[in-house]
Write a protein that binds this ligand. Structure first.
Ligand code: 5GP
Ligand code: ZN
Length: 102
């Protein structure tokens, strides 16, 4: 999707360290961390938000990825967050799950 920051990161049009990747999703460190560790888990397919998800197998796969990322990053205590819609604070209109750990 044009003009989507996360699609541009995935396509290497914007440099960003990808800390995890599988066939469904990838993960990056948040540029403006709101916890000691703040990771974004992002599906490779451009989907605007949770409201546009039809196949919830994607969400299952994203949580499976979260478990692997947490193991990789030594995270045992964490919160997950999905902001859905601008009025709920969603800034990037490409679905993502926040992992926040202090
Ligand atoms: P949202 O508010 O949409 O749920 O979260 C979007 C998140 O993406 C924010 O926490 C913001 O700091 C992060 N973010 C925005 N642009 C970039 C970027 O270019 N690189 C990285 N790594 N994170 C970004
Ligand atoms: Zn996108």
């Amino acid at each position: 999707m044009e003009n989507c920051i996360f699609c541009k990161i995935l396509n290497k049009e914007i440099p960003s360290k990808i800390i995890y990747e599988d066939e469904t999703c990838f993960a990056i460190n948040d540029i403006n961390p709101k916890a000691k560790k703040h990771i974004l888990v992002i599906p490779k397919k451009h989907i605007e938000s949770l409201n546009e998800v039809d196949d919830f197998d994607l969400i299952k796969k994203m949580f499976e990825a979260i478990k692997k990322i947490n193991k990789q990053e030594n995270i045992t205590h964490f919160r997950t967050q999905i902001n859905t819609g601008k009025l709920a604070g969603q800034e990037v209109m490409h679905l993502h799950i926040h992992i926040l750990s202090n």
